[in-house]
Write a protein that binds this ligand. Structure first.
Ligand code: ZN
Length: 508
């Protein structure tokens, strides 16, 4: 009889600096899979897990899987309901030989600040100490002691931009197979330093300060002792104690190899810290610099309003600067504003409209702007992601409109969505190639989306819950000094967290 592996998870990256909370509709709009629907997944982490389990004669048993676009922390009842349903799916799944979870690692709820730690503890309580739990994470995870103690193996993806979701799912499935077939006796060590920086220089392709660590990690991995080495650039927009980045090592039974390797690589990461700090410009300075460059597109990177980092996407700081500095240059900017999108749908294509735009969802970060424009295009806002962690999956912006003010094309949508390539802009037929300026609201993926056509990119210093410079935020839960708040902060040694060695039931 084949061994039975429960497959499921809750996947979301949260942000403590937005006033928005995430509710169940965000998951329902995105991905909420049970039973046969979950087993039918062929892409992403789940696709990788399922295909490798089946190829090796293991039976995947569907638990609950829910994922949503990054956002504010989960409402208490939203988290409770997801957790209850996941546990309920475990209750009715029959006897399991292992549990494989797809998690993010930077989830948080009002009633569980460490969402993943809380979730795996609950799963562990149900399945006991003999059944292995393997979980996959984003490399932007906040890895806590609870998460390490309650799981047997944690593996993070190895690419940023994230292009290895499927492979990470396969790695997770391989790890649980290796445990069950007695080839892997996992012991984990996570070394952490108080380094809380934006992901802007966190690419994994050399050269780069984080890529340097990733490259070394891959070089040191072997199937024998150092089973998996996972550099972690912590998602910086959580306001939690013990935040920090570093390296997570899964060794094959060798505790000191795990601790030493995690420690050494983390010290190397710490030594690269100055290269991780971004340089930013005020929007008007960036626009003026862009005007001095021939042609376009020039990218204005308003990363402080990144939906993919949990911001609401409703900032108009850069829009205001464009209206002032370059209203007659062809430009594109996205703004989330459900009221404005609805108004535009009411008046119709080709009609003039006056409206207040922006900073209504998360008013803390700025004031709306009053605009007179023409509605150019209307859409229901549904598109399909082309690649990345949500490859092939539906993205839903809700009611969407393109408003033209001067030569600036504002894509107004109702719900925040994650930026991968240019799917949102393509849906409404915006003229990317001939634009002088394109405002992008993410810290990394714009590099791959516009790699072949952009003339320059400037990272902006604007207010918002996902800024390039983390010093712009007030963290109230860090007690010690951290980089870059204190640029001269020194550490004696990384903090080391370790897992628990379990006597897991193995089936040879
Ligand atoms: Zn990430």
């Amino acid at each position: 009889m084949s061994l039975r592996i429960g497959v499921g998870g809750v996947f979301i990256e949260c942000n403590h600096f937005t006033n928005q909370l995430t509710d169940l509709t965000a998951f329902e709009r995105s991905e909420y899979l049970r039973g046969a629907e979950l087993l039918a997944k062929t892409t992403g982490v789940l696709g990788g897990m399922l295909s490798l389990l089946s190829a090796n004669g293991f039976e995947p048993v569907p638990l609950l899987y829910a994922s949503a676009c990054p956002g504010g922390v989960l409402q208490s009842n939203t988290y409770s309901s997801l957790k209850d349903e996941l546990l309920q799916s475990l209750n009715v799944s029959g006897k399991l030989d292992g549990v494989l979870l797809c998690l993010h690692g930077a989830g948080a709820a009002v009633n569980a600040s460490d969402l993943e730690g809380d979730l795996v503890r609950a799963v562990r309580e149900r399945i006991g100490e003999k059944v292995p739990i393997v979980a996959t994470l984003d490399l932007h995870a906040h890895i806590t002691e609870e998460l390490l103690i309650e799981t047997d193996t944690l593996l993070a993806w190895k690419t940023y931009p994230h292009i290895d979701a499927f492979e990470t799912g396969e790695r997770g499935a391989q790890a649980i197979i290796d445990i069950l077939e007695d080839r892997l006796k996992p012991f984990m060590a996570m070394a952490k330093v108080p380094l809380v920086v934006s992901a802007i220089h966190g690419q994994t392709k050399l050269p780069g300060p984080f890529a340097d660590i990733m490259d070394e990690a891959k070089r040191l991995e072997d199937n024998d002792t150092l089973y998996s080495i996972n550099p972690i650039l912590v998602h910086p927009y959580l306001n939690l104690i013990d935040m920090g980045g570093g390296v997570l090592v899964v060794s094959n039974g060798d505790q000191s190899a795990a601790v030493d390797t995690a420690k050494n690589l983390t010290i190397r990461y710490w030594n690269n810290r100055y290269e991780l700090q971004p340089r930013t410009l005020k929007p008007s300075d960036a626009i003026r610099r862009g005007m001095a460059i021939e042609g376009g597109p020039i990218l204005l990177v308003e990363t402080a309003d990144c939906c993919g980092g949990g911001a609401s996407g409703d900032s108009v700081h850069c829009l205001k600067a464009l209206l002032k500095e370059a209203p007659d240059e062809l430009a594109i900017i996205p703004v989330v504003d459900p009221n404005a999108a609805q108004l535009a749908h009411k008046v119709g294509v080709g009609k003039k409209i006056q409206l207040q735009l922006g900073h209504k969802l998360d008013p803390k970060w700025g004031e709306p702007v009053l605009l007179d424009g023409v509605v150019m295009k209307l859409s229901e806002g549904s598109f399909t992601y082309r690649g990345g962690i949500w490859d092939g999956r539906a993205g839903r912006m809700g009611l969407t409109a393109v408003l033209k003010v001067g030569s600036i094309h504002i894509i107004i949508n109702s719900y925040p969505t994650y930026d991968w390539m240019t799917e949102q802009l393509d849906l409404v037929g915006l003229d990317i190639i001939n634009s002088k300026f394109i405002v992008v609201k993410n810290p990394m993926n714009y590099k791959q989306a516009y790699e072949k056509i952009m003339k320059a990119a400037f990272v902006l210093d604007t207010p918002g819950p996902t800024p390039a410079n983390t010093n712009a935020l007030t963290y109230t839960n860090f007690t010690d000094s951290w980089f870059p708040l204190d640029l001269n902060t020194e550490i004696s040694t990384p903090v080391i967290l370790t897992s628990k060695s379990r006597d897991l039931a193995r089936k040879k």
